[in-house]
Design a protein around this ligand. Sequence first.
Ligand code: DQA
Length: 150
Amino acid sequence: MKLLVLHGPNLNLLGTREPEVYGSLTLAEIDAAISELAVELGVEVETFQSNSEGALIDKIHASASSVNGIVINPAAYTHTSVALRDALAAVAVPAVEVHLSNIHRREEFRTRSYVAPVVVGQVSGFGVDSYLMGLRAIFNHIKKGLSEGP
Ligand code: DQA
């Protein structure tokens, strides 16, 4: 099984970016925790961060035929991007949306996710654990689908 983890804009600044909201872990440390869990689950994981909406969309298109599932933190594009939502809907790859912070208890504009209707589910508010729970969730979701067959 191969999974893709996508990080959206400004997540490259984790560690120094609003640590009271997003915690003190760097993106490299989050990716290391993801890799550790991938070994435990016995899956291959690729991680990718971009500040560009187009680059994230291109990555989804390019990975569509080679990955079984996607974990995505669309960051600010969560609340703005019809194009990212359409990309996820266009590829037949199950995805989980994750957020470090709880987007439902922050500013009103963050409570709206364009991505939520096209993903299997959302994990929000648990810091790095949002990614790890998201990874486990998509892993279990895919495994269930595989064992149930067509
Ligand atoms: C975020 C929440 C978004 O509202 C914000 O724009 C981000 C990060 C999170 O992980 O909590 O950049 O997706």
